[in-house]
Design a protein around this ligand. Structure first.
Ligand code: AHR
Length: 504
């Protein structure tokens, strides 16, 4: 390709084109009692790095590196059959239960109080989910009393008797999980769920008026009930809740990289439809309140489906959903993060699902090492540098058509301006499978800003993976971005994730 016909894209980033202040909780994650997420993941008494409570310090270190502000717990599908009382009090008297969602045995050796202790060590808040599958209002109000009331009542004193003198003060609560899904224990119609969620919200707020509540939206945008589900649920819950949830997992099971790399187009459409549905109900109700979005399950998930179908039921902490992520998965995760940033005005929370071993950026060996999967890196970069204002980028990029979408821009990009540190960060994915992309960014409103670094994640092989002790997919800092006279130029390597940082 001659310099004349090289692929070119441009972007304008202006300090004054602000979408919104980013809620840091969009860099949240998720730990479910599922597979080896809890047992052998965060908790492994006897591991050489385990602390006195059995939590792995090597895993905690990697999680702290990601700086995750909020972690959803304890499920997921698991929560719809969970009795929270099984997981509190003396460990030796906790029951072993069948977990019907994942067909395993739950030992209950980790429960609410242990998880709250772990969260403090991980430097994160907890987004606690209540069981609206097999249970309801009564258990939800009891659990919040157990967690959030100082003392002087049955459940708050029970917590104290379990050794937790101070209340956990959990602010954010999910009203069930994926209640639209026929696979969910206690699956409900939108009307049934909407009424139950509204009444549960009322009771929970009577216990603690300071909480925030997330109602279940659709399990994915391909559900036949989407988006009627959201409209009906919001009809019932509009004034009672603060957020509606979105879940979506992305896959390259068809091995079609061009379509797969465009996955964020689907996320973007999903978000826009949910926003429209929220605002439709707002208009109908003549309300002045906005409902915000909690994208509290998102990630790539497909590599482990075949292995999971061969697992025998009723074992403890089997290796379920252990996707080994490729380099192309990291590009998709980067693109999805860019999409969340572009909706910073409405998406206030998001959880990369999940955090350890189960469709996760961090993997562990029993009694052995912990390591970073490929997707660790875009998440790390966004969480570290993507704090401040989301800017509204004006992008001009050549486009392509693929099986799943038309007019997909090769350049997926956005900018974040951190006023406090006076830093501008550009996140960019070049989706082109074979060509580099010449990028020009107009940053004239950032007068006097100079290049700090241009981080690149690239690899010759889209299917490259990381293993214990062998990180073949890792970022380098040899990107070629330059800033001159308010214009930034960089060549974005084919299929690459780029983080270009400027500061004063
Ligand atoms: O994250 C894995 C599972 O995906 C969760 O348990 C469920 O909510 C979703 O279907």
């Amino acid at each position: 390709m001659t310099p004349m016909n090289r692929l070119k894209a441009s972007m304008v980033l202006d300090k004054d084109f602000k979408i919104a202040t980013i809620d840091n909780r969009i860099y949240g994650s998720f730990i479910e009692h599922l597979g080896r997420a809890v047992y052998e993941g965060i908790y492994e008494p006897g591991h050489p790095t385990a602390n006195e409570s059995g939590f792995r310090r090597d895993v905690l270190k990697l999680i702290r590196e990601l700086n995750v502000p909020i972690v959803r717990y304890p499920g997921g599908n698991f929560v719809s059959g969970y009795n929270w009382e099984d997981g509190v009090g003396p460990r030796e008297s906790r029951p072993r239960r069948l977990d019907l969602a994942w067909r395993t045995i739950e030992t209950n050796q980790v429960g609410t109080n242990e998880f709250m202790d772990w969260a403090r060590l991980a430097g994160t808040e907890v987004m606690m989910a209540v069981n609206l599958g097999t249970r309801g209002i009564d258990d939800a109000r009891n659990l919040i009393e157990y967690c959030n009331i100082e003392g002087g009542s049955y459940f708050s004193d029970l917590r104290k008797s379990h050794g937790c003198k101070a209340p956990h003060k959990i602010k954010t609560w999910c009203l069930g999980n994926e209640m639209d899904g026929p696979w969910q224990i206690g699956h409900k119609t939108a009307g049934e769920y909407g009424r139950l969620a509204a009444e549960t919200a009322k009771a929970m707020r009577q216990v603690d008026p300071g909480i925030e509540l997330v109602a279940c939206g659709s399990s994915n945008p391909y559900m036949s009930t989407f988006p009627d589900w959201e409209a009906t649920v919001l009809e019932h819950t509009y004034e009672a809740i603060d957020y509606i949830s979105l879940h979506q997992y992305y896959s390259n099971s068809a091995n079609d990289p061009a379509s797969y790399l465009a996955s964020s187009v689907s996320m973007d459409q999903f978000i826009k439809t949910v926003i429209s549905t929220c605002d439709f109900v707002k208009a109908k109700k003549r309300s002045h309140k906005n409902i915000y979005l909690s994208f509290d399950e998102w990630n790539v998930w497909y590599h482990s489906h075949a292995a999971d179908s061969k697992l025998d039921p009723w074992s403890i902490a089997p290796p379920q959903l252990e996707d080994v992520y490729t380099f192309e998965d990291a590009l998709v995760v980067g693109s999805l993060l860019i999409t969340l940033l572009k909706h910073a005005d409405r998406v206030k929370m998001a959880c990369l699902a999940q955090l350890v071993n189960v469709i996760a950026p961090i993997m562990t060996e029993v009694n052995g090492r912990a390591w970073r999967q490929t997707i660790f890196y875009p998440f790390l970069h966004a969480s570290k540098f993507g704090r401040g204002y989301a800017l509204n980028p004006v992008i001009s990029s050549p486009v392509y058509d693929c099986k799943a979408f038309t007019d997909v821009p090769y350049l997926d990009s956005t900018g974040v301006y951190n006023e406090e540190t006076e830093e501008l960060t550009i996140f960019a994915v070049n989706r082109h499978l074979s060509e580099g992309l010449e990028l020009e960014v107009d940053v004239r409103s950032f007068e006097g800003y100079r290049l700090v670094e241009h981080i690149v994640l690239e690899h010759d092989d889209l299917k490259a993976v990381n293993k214990a002790g062998e990180e073949s997919v890792a970022p380098h800092k040899d990107g070629n971005a330059v800033v001159n006279g308010g214009m930034l130029s960089a060549r974005l390597a084919r299929t690459s994730w780029n983080v270009i940082r400027l500061a004063r």
